[in-house]
Write a protein that binds this ligand. Structure first.
Ligand SMILES: *Cc1c(COP(=O)(O)O)cnc(C)c1O
Length: 410
């Protein structure tokens, strides 16, 4: 009997899944039975120190934020059942847009259901065939997809390589580009690399290009009061486009934004498809995000404590002989190189009470397998001590660390 269309699809999907497994890229999901926090409880009852969330400021279960969300829920309801331009804009949404713009030093900001959508809807309305867009090769998937949707000519430069960026700028200029936009992650999540915004800015200026950054791993983390990569480099007011998320340091729920000039915001509200054809951000998330920005403005102590925590953890691991990549302090890539070793170490650390994940090819280049540790302001002294002790023990058992000759990685 011939296969039904559904059976034929299942068969093809099974083959695809097998090839994902064969590539060692199959992802499984551990199920958490608690809130997101410095420690999490899995549904099987195990409690682990969580070292793999983007919950940099520990706001995901912060009482003040949860209360702000509940208050917005009571005063503004569950949601708007509409896109913004039909009947989905409340006072809270306008307040949050103003607040994001003020925090980042731009004229205006536009809210999206996710940063993925902010990036997905950014390039197509602004850049057409006469324009050029130049992108770091390690930019986030949502930037890559957003760029694919626009008709501008595209260039990709080698990760963080300023000479290669300059080559692209020259080529775009020689090609007669009308507008040229250089776009980069502010902080790259896998490596913790901080984009060299000062040098990128100089290059953009000398080639008449615009500069845009994705601040998902930088807002709430880098710069004074966590205002971001541009603030870290003293470039507030000098970046043309900033995209970011409410789903990481700023509370960990969801939602994103593009911060930009009044005019650009105006056009995005007219033309950006994920904005036009998707539901309004839910009021509880808006309330919580407003509260998160307020907390950062009032008190930069969390951001400073996070950096101090991270530096202490980095120093401890280096002291144990681990090889780390330098970069944004709370992202600590522990480099193992060998994929099996990275998997073994992650499994051992899990048994010792740490929630960590190993990353190997194709998520990171071959031979650069790693465990990416992410620190949070919410981690207590006891959490850090437990984490460091576990790395010491597992490293000793597996012969990693002091016994190994440290290799230098850029
Ligand atoms: C997480 C992330 C996104 C997506 O953010 P969401 O709000 O979860 O959609 C986009 N860009 C970068 C660089 C990210 O790290």
């Amino acid at each position: 009997m011939p296969l039904t269309p559904a059976q034929a699809l299942d068969e093809r999907v099974s083959l695809e899944l097998e090839s994902v497994r064969a590539a060692g890229a199959y992802k499984t999901e551990r199920v958490i039975g608690s809130t997101q926090g410095a420690r999490v409880r899995l549904v099987d009852g195990r409690e682990l120190v969580n070292l793999c969330a983007n919950n940099y400021l520990g706001l995901a279960n912060d009482t003040r934020l949860v209360e702000a969300a509940a208050e917005a829920l009571r005063s503004h309801g569950l949601g708007l059942a509409s896109a913004r331009f039909i009947c989905g804009t409340q006072d809270l949404h306008k307040t949050l847009e103003t607040s994001v713009a003020e925090f980042l030093g731009t004229e205006d900001a536009v809210l999206y259901a996710a940063a993925f959508d902010a990036n997905g809807g950014l390039f197509e309305p602004l850049l057409g065939e006469p324009d050029a867009v130049i992108s770091d090769e390690l930019n986030h998937a949502s930037i890559i997809d957003g760029i694919r949707l626009c008709k501008a000519r595209r260039w990709r430069y080698r990760h963080n390589d300023m000479a290669d960026l300059e080559r692209c700028l020259k080529e775009a200029r020689q090609g007669g580009a009308r507008s040229t936009l250089v776009f980069t992650d502010g902080v790259f999540s896998m490596d913790g690399t901080i984009a060299q915004l000062d040098r990128i800015k100089t290059l953009c200026d000398s080639h008449g290009a615009l500069m845009g950054i994705d601040e998902c791993h930088a807002t709430g983390v880098l710069g004074p009061q966590g205002r971001g990569t541009h603030a870290h480099f003293g470039l507030v007011g000098q970046v043309d486009l900033i995209t970011g998320t409410f789903g990481k340091a700023l509370g960990g729920a969801s939602g994103g934004f593009t911060a930009c000039s009044y005019r650009v915001a105006d056009l995005l509200r007219q033309r950006s498809r994920p904005y036009l054809f998707s539901n309004t951000l839910a009021p509880p998330i808006v309330g919580a995000s407003l509260c998160a920005l307020q907390m950062l403005r009032e008190d930069g102590a969390r951001v400073k404590r996070l950096a101090a925590h991270a530096l202490r953890f980095r120093a401890a691991l280096e002291g144990l002989g681990y090889t780390l990549k330098p970069g944004s302090p709370p992202i600590v890539p522990v480099m193992l190189g060998d994929e099996h070793m990275a998997k073994k170490l992650a499994a051992r650390l899990l048994a010792l009470g740490l929630y960590v994940v190993s990353f190997s090819h194709p998520v990171v280049p071959r031979g650069q397998a790693r465990i990416r540790v992410q620190l949070s302001d919410a981690h207590s002294e006891a959490d850090l001590q437990l984490a460091i002790a576990a790395f010491a023990q597992a490293g000793h058992e597996l012969g990693i660390g002091a016994s190994r000759v440290p290799q230098h990685i850029n």
